[in-house]
Design a protein around this ligand. Structure first.
Ligand SMILES: Cc1cc2nc3c(=O)[nH]c(=O)nc-3n(C[C@H](O)[C@H](O)[C@H](O)COP(=O)(O)OP(=O)(O)OC[C@H]3O[C@@H](n4cnc5c(N)ncnc54)[C@H](O)[C@@H]3O)c2cc1C
Ligand SMILES: NC(=O)C1=CN([C@@H]2O[C@H](COP(=O)(O)OP(=O)(O)OC[C@H]3O[C@@H](n4cnc5c(N)ncnc54)[C@H](OP(=O)(O)O)[C@@H]3O)[C@@H](O)[C@H]2O)C=CC1
Ligand SMILES: Nc1ccccc1C(=O)C[C@H](N)C(=O)O
Length: 462
C-alpha cells in the first residue's frame, strides 16, 4: 500500500496506545504526520509491565487486512497459531468438531501483549511518532483543544494543547467522557449478568500441547461455557464465562474446594490439565462484560473516537480488535479520498462505521448463545454441514454468516442482514433433513432451488 507524502502534514494526537491506537499511529505517521501518542500504562516493552487482562486474541481477515496495510502482517503471522475449527467437549469428555470455514481457513490465536509490543516498536521507529507512557488523560477540553494529563509515576498534572485528537483509549475512554458532555451526544452501556475469568491449561512436560493445538476449544454448558485458545509455549488460555450470581455462578464458588468440585463435575476432562486452577481462580479478576454504544463519534474536525472507545462489544465473536483494526483501514481509505479535509473524513467515517459497529455488537451477543448452548446440539452441527454443502453448490450466492464476518470484508451490517435471511431459509429446509445424505434428495434440492430463486444472492462476499 502506498502512502502519499503530505507537504504540510499537521501534528496529530492519539490518546491510548493499545491495539488500535498503536496501529492508527503507524497509519497516520506513514502519511507524513507528526503523531503524539499518550498512554496511561507503563511501556509494555519494559520488563514487568502490566499488560492487562486477556492474554490471547483471535485475529481474522479484517484484522489481517489492516496489519497488511502497514506491512506488519507477515511478522505477526510467524507467531500466530491457526485455529481451523471449534472442538466441543461434553461433560463426559467426548469431542465433536465444527470447521470454521473452507479447508485451510482459520482464525489465529495471537498474544495481545506481543502484538501490542510489536505495533509500538514499529510506531516508534516511524519518523514523527512520539510515545509518552504513564500519561493518563483525566479530561479533555474540546472547545479549547486542551488535554488534562496526569503522570502516573509522579502524580504531576499538566495541560497540553492539541489540534486534532484521536480517542483510542478503550472501553472506558476518557475522550468519550468529554464528548458525553457535548450537546446531543447519545450514549448507552449495557452489562451482561455474566463475568469472565482467565484460567490456564498447562503445557505438556515436553512443552507440547495437551489438547488439539490448532483449534478453539469450547466446553458448552447451556447457560455458561469455558473456552481455550492455544499459546506458543504449549499452554492454553481458558476463559470461563459464568453468571455473577445464582445457583451455578461465581458467587456460588467461594472456596478452592468448591471450585475443584465444580470443575470435576462439569469440566472433568479439563480439570486434570489445570494444575494452577484454584490459584488462578482466586488470583485473577472476575471481570465484567459490557457493550458501549455512542454517537456521534466525531466532534467537528477536532476529535474522533475509534476502536473500543467508540464501540466496545462483548468478546464472543472474537471481533472487537478486528473491528477496531478495520476502523484504521476505513479511515485510511477516507484519507486517500478526502486528503486533509478532516471534517469530511470524520463525518464519512462515523456514517460508514456506526451501522457496522451496531451490527457486530448484536452479533457478538448472538454468538454467545451459539457457543454456550447451540454447538452442543447435534441438529445445529448437522445444519452447519448442510450450509457447507449449499456454499459448495451455490458459490457466490451463499456464504455462512460466520464466514462473512470472519473471512470476508462484507460490511458487518450487510453480513448480519444476510445471516438473518439465511436463518429463515434454513428454518424451512431443515425439517426435511435428518442426515447429511438427505441433502441430495430431490424434494430438498427442489425446495432449495426455489429458495435460491426467491432470494438471489443471499450473500455475495466482498
Ligand atoms: C476477554 C476478552 C477477549 C477478547 N477477545 C478478542 C478476540 O479474540 N478478538 C478480537 O478481535 N477482540 C477481542 N477482544 C476485544 C479486544 O480486546 C478489544 O476490542 C481491543 O483491545 C480494542 O482495542 P483498543 O485499542 O480500542 O482498546 P484497548 O486495547 O483497551 O487500548 C486502549 C488503550 O488506552 C489506554 N487508556 C485507557 N484509558 C486511558 C486514559 N484515560 N488515558 C490514556 N490512556 C488510556 C489503555 O491503557 C490501553 O492501552 C476481547 C476482549 C476481551 C475483554
Ligand atoms: N467489552 C467488554 O466487555 C470489555 C472490554 N474490555 C476491553 O478489553 C481490552 C483489554 O482490557 P484490559 O486492557 O485488560 O483492560 P482492563 O479490563 O484491565 O481495564 C483497563 C482499565 O479500565 C478501567 N475499567 C475496567 N473495568 C471497568 C469497569 N467495569 N468500569 C469502569 N472502569 C473499568 C479500569 O480503570 P481504573 O483502574 O481507573 O478503575 C482499568 O484499569 C480493552 O479493549 C478494553 O477496552 C475490557 C473489559 C470488558
Ligand atoms: N476469541 C474469543 C474470545 C471470547 C469468546 C469467543 C471468542 C472467539 O473467537 C469465538 C470464535 N469466533 C467462535 O465463534 O468459535
Amino acid at each position: 500500500m502506498s502512502f502519499p507524502p503530505r507537504a504540510a502534514a499537521e501534528p496529530l494526537t492519539v490518546m491510548g496506545a493499545g491495539l488500535v491506537g498503536s496501529l492508527l499511529s503507524l497509519y497516520l505517521a506513514r502519511r507524513g504526520h507528526t503523531v503524539n501518542v499518550f498512554e496511561r500504562r507503563p511501556d509494555p516493552r519494559r520488563a514487568g509491565a502490566d499488560v492487562g487482562r486477556s492474554i490471547n486474541l483471535a485475529l481474522s481477515d479484517r484484522g489481517w487486512r489492516a496489519l497488511e496495510g502497514v506491512g506488519v502482517a507477515e511478522a505477526v503471522r510467524e507467531v500466530a497459531i491457526p485455529m481451523y475449527r471449534r472442538v466441543m467437549h461434553d461433560v463426559k469428555g467426548q469431542l465433536t468438531h465444527q470447521p470454521y470455514g473452507l479447508p485451510g481457513q482459520a482464525i489465529y490465536s495471537v498474544s495481545r501483549g506481543g502484538l501490542n509490543r510489536r505495533l509500538l516498536e514499529l510506531a516508534e521507529a516511524e519518523p514523527g511518532v512520539t510515545l509518552q507512557f504513564q500519561q493518563q488523560c483525566l479530561d479533555v477540553n474540546l472547545r479549547q483543544r486542551e488535554l488534562h494529563l496526569r503522570d502516573a509515576e509522579t502524580g504531576a498534572e499538566q495541560h497540553v494543547a492539541f489540534r486534532r485528537l484521536f480517542g483510542t483509549d478503550g472501553a472506558f475512554s476518557a475522550v468519550r467522557g468529554a464528548l458525553q458532555k457535548t450537546d446531543r451526544f447519545n450514549y448507552s452501556q449495557s452489562y451482561l449478568e455474566y463475568a469472565y475469568k482467565e484460567l490456564t491449561i498447562a503445557p505438556a512436560a515436553d512443552g507440547g500441547w495437551v489438547l488439539e493445538k490448532n483449534a478453539l476449544h469450547i466446553w458448552p454448558r447451556g447457560r455458561y461455557m469455558m473456552i481455550a485458545l492455544p499459546n506458543l509455549d504449549g499452554s492454553f488460555t481458558c476463559t470461563l464465562f459464568f453468571p455473577f450470581e445464582g445457583e451455578e455462578s461465581f458467587a456460588a464458588l467461594p472456596t478452592p474446594a468448591d471450585v475443584e468440585a465444580f470443575f470435576g463435575r462439569v469440566f472433568p476432562d479439563a480439570l486434570p490439565l489445570m494444575p494452577e486452577l484454584t490459584e488462578d481462580f482466586f488470583h485473577n479478576p472476575t471481570a465484567s462484560l459490557v457493550t458501549v454504544k455512542c454517537f456521534p463519534w466525531a466532534f467537528g474536525d477536532e476529535a474522533l473516537l475509534l476502536g473500543d472507545a467508540a464501540h466496545a462489544i462483548v468478546p464472543f465473536y472474537g471481533q472487537g480488535m478486528n473491528a477496531g483494526f478495520e476502523d484504521c483501514t476505513v479511515l485510511n481509505q477516507l484519507m486517500d479520498q478526502h486528503g486533509d479535509d478532516w471534517e469530511t473524513i470524520f463525518e464519512a467515517f462515523q456514517e460508514q462505521r456506526k451501522p457496522n459497529a451496531d451490527a457486530i455488537a448484536e452479533m457478538a451477543v448472538y454468538n454467545f448463545v451459539e457457543m454456550r448452548d447451540r454447538v452442543a446440539d447435534p441438529r445445529f452441527l448437522l445444519q452447519k454441514q448442510i450450509e457447507s454443502k449449499i456454499t459448495a453448490q451455490y458459490p457466490g450466492q451463499w456464504l455462512s454468516l460466520y464466514s462473512q464476518v470472519t473471512f470476508s470484508h462484507t460490511p458487518y451490517h450487510a453480513a448480519w442482514t444476510n445471516g438473518q435471511r439465511q436463518d429463515a431459509i434454513m428454518a424451512r429446509i431443515m425439517p426435511h433433513i435428518q442426515r447429511p445424505e438427505d441433502y441430495d434428495r430431490p424434494e430438498v434440492q427442489d425446495l432449495l432451488q426455489q429458495e435460491m430463486t426467491a432470494n438471489p444472492a443471499v450473500a455475495v462476499p466482498a
